[in-house]
Design a protein around this ligand. Structure first.
Ligand code: ADP
Length: 531
């Protein structure tokens, strides 16, 4: 930061500059009323890119539910009901957030607004988080996710829940105003159910429900954590400044909670049976297996172990369906976030073009479906089938990998071929390295060194057994050779040496034998000369 003279500001000046900066943020005007909704074709809807655009986007919120659904369709396969319900709820929320900011002359809000917090049900890995994250991205609001189970363990439940709101500020790079329109997403909310639910936590669960309830309504949360000394101190240092907020309002924060709610279908079923007699009840039973969770009503959630007030604050209920094998294959094929794109990029980084045949996609979907972890299993299935290819293929001069069902079912065969080529490639690399070593040896020591074929063979064997590079092995084996070979050179005038296999197997003995030979030769020739 520099002042108008281009010099770093002094303390007083800095304070003033910061005040001005914070003042500016606080001065942003909230626009009132609805702007004309513009019909946008789905392709035109793209997330805002920078902070200014993000805030403008919210303050002039003009998305239609169908825009949001169309955007979600690009990434999320199936879950049509959930996409629609979420799109409507999100539009309601951000449209109302603008209404709520309209104030009458006495400074009271003109409209009575009941927040439309959302409850998403559905098994794991079917796109609940993915949906919420993409909605937040599109609208350009900060998004935080947490597990409800985390809150009950500290004992100071309220503190942790408030931290979520502070996390939003962090996600918004300290922009409190933007954070006030953020999305807080809490997963595993079913674990907060009391005695009625399956494996719920009762007392602490209820405590968290109460704290969450406060947040979900309209409350102010301190920007500093009361249990965090550092944040308290920085708050005190900057406190009391004009235009600087030290709390964040949760009024316009959208809360979305989700859970698998396993076991609730029994409660739903019982209620439905009790309400229907004879023929109707039997007909219900015969219905195609459909998630009964979808039909859960407030009464069922209370029976499951939720406080009536808590579940009452979640008026929008959305159900995500279990994904079939076909859905999983479609996720790979059509989702813009398909993990296949990730594989393409990873292989492309090594100059390899990977492609997937339709039968490979069906096969992965089939393997994934059996794992019962939704689309998450796609990643596990692909990783376990392709990991070895990621190791063997780079650097062996192959530029294409076509993945079909046969390859996935029997990777060993293909891998063997690549492993063979891999070995060749690393041998070539090793030999290049050896040539460099020999050249350097000659430059530094004035004697020329070379290896016989069997010596090279023995060296490569050693390299493959010990895992050290040929240069490292050679340096170790031949560390005394510069001295020894120069000694021979001085006795015999010889300056070129070809090492044999023996030199690799026992390098010290090989060298001392050669030195002795040289001395003997010298003595013999002296003897001959003397006789
Ligand atoms: P959860 O329902 O447990 O919140 P996630 O939304 O975190 O599951 O899903 C995990 C990952 O699986 C996502 O990041 C996404 O890549 C993929 N995924 C899950 N469901 C879908 C879906 N319906 N369409 C496309 N991708 C999906």
């Amino acid at each position: 930061m520099k002042n108008s003279n281009g010099k770093p500001p002094g303390p007083e000046e800095l304070k003033k500059m910061l005040e001005e900066m914070f003042g500016q943020v606080g001065d942003v005007q909230i626009t009132h009323g609805f702007s004309e909704p513009v019909e946008v074709t789905p392709e035109e809807v793209e997330p805002p890119v920078d902070e200014v655009e993000k805030l403008d986007n919210i303050l002039e919120f003009s998305y239609l539910p169908r825009d949001i659904k169309a955007y979600l369709d690009r990434y999320i396969i199936r879950q049509t009901d959930a996409k629609k319900a979420l799109a409507i709820a999100v539009c309601d929320h951000y449209n109302n957030a603008r209404f709520v900011n309209e104030q009458d002359d006495d400074g009271f809000s003109k409209v009575d607004y009941h927040k439309q917090n959302i409850l998403i049900t559905g098994p794991t890995g079917v796109g609940k988080t993915y949906l919420v994250k993409h909605v937040a991205d599109l609208i350009g609001v900060p998004f935080v996710k947490a597990d409800a189970t985390k809150f009950s363990e500290t004992g100071y439940v309220g503190r942790d829940v408030d931290d979520l709101v502070r996390d939003l500020v962090k996600k918004a790079d300290g922009n409190v105003e933007l954070a006030e329109y953020g999305v807080i997403y809490i997963d595993e909310i079913d674990k907060l159910a009391g005695a009625g639910g399956s494996g719920g936590r009762d007392v602490s669960g209820r405590g968290v429900q109460t704290t969450l309830l406060k947040l979900m309504e309209d409350t102010e949360v301190s920007l500093s954590n009361p249990n965090d000394m550092q944040s308290q101190m920085s708050m005190m240092m900057s406190g009391g400044k004009k235009g600087q907020k030290d709390t964040i309002s949760t009024k316009n924060i959208l809360f979305i909670v989700s859970g698998a709610f396993s076991g609730i279908e029994k409660i739903v079923d019982q209620r439905q049976r009790a309400g229907q007699m004879g023929f109707a009840a039997a007909a219900q039973n015969d219905k195609e297996e459909e998630s009964a969770t979808k039909h859960a009503i407030t009464e069922d959630y209370i029976k499951y172990g939720f406080e009536a007030e808590f579940i009452g604050r979640l008026p929008v209920r959305v159900n995500c369906e279990k994904l079939t094998k076909n859905d999983l294959a479609n996720i790979l094929r059509y989702s813009e976030g398909s993990i296949l794109r990730q594989y393409e990029r990873q292989f492309a980084a090594y100059g390899i073009e990977i492609s997937f045949k339709p039968d490979a996609i069906d096969y992965i979907a089939e393997v994934a479906e059996k794992q019962n972890t939704g689309a998450r299993a796609l990643m596990t299935a692909l990783e376990s089938h392709l990991r070895d290819f990621k190791y063997e293929m780079p650097g062996i001069g192959v530029d294409e990998l076509v993945v079909d069902q046969k390859l996935l079912e029997n990777p060993a065969e293909k891998l063997k071929e690549y492993a063979g080529r891999g070995q060749e490639a690393s041998r070539e690399e090793a030999l290049r390295e050896l040539a460099t070593y020999l050249k350097k040896f000659q430059e530094q020591n004035g004697v020329e060194l070379s290896f016989s074929d069997d010596a090279i063979h023995a060296l490569i064997n050693k390299h493959e057994e010990e895992g050290q590079s040929l240069r490292q092995i050679s340096r170790r084996l031949f560390k005394d050779y510069p001295y020894g070979l120069n000694l021979i050179k001085s006795k015999t005038g010889r300056n070129s040496f070809e090492l044999t296999e023996e030199a690799i197997l026992d390098s010290d003995k090989y060298l001392s034998d050669r030195v002795l030979e040289a001395y003997e030769d010298e003595r013999n020739s002296e003897g001959e000369a003397g006789s």
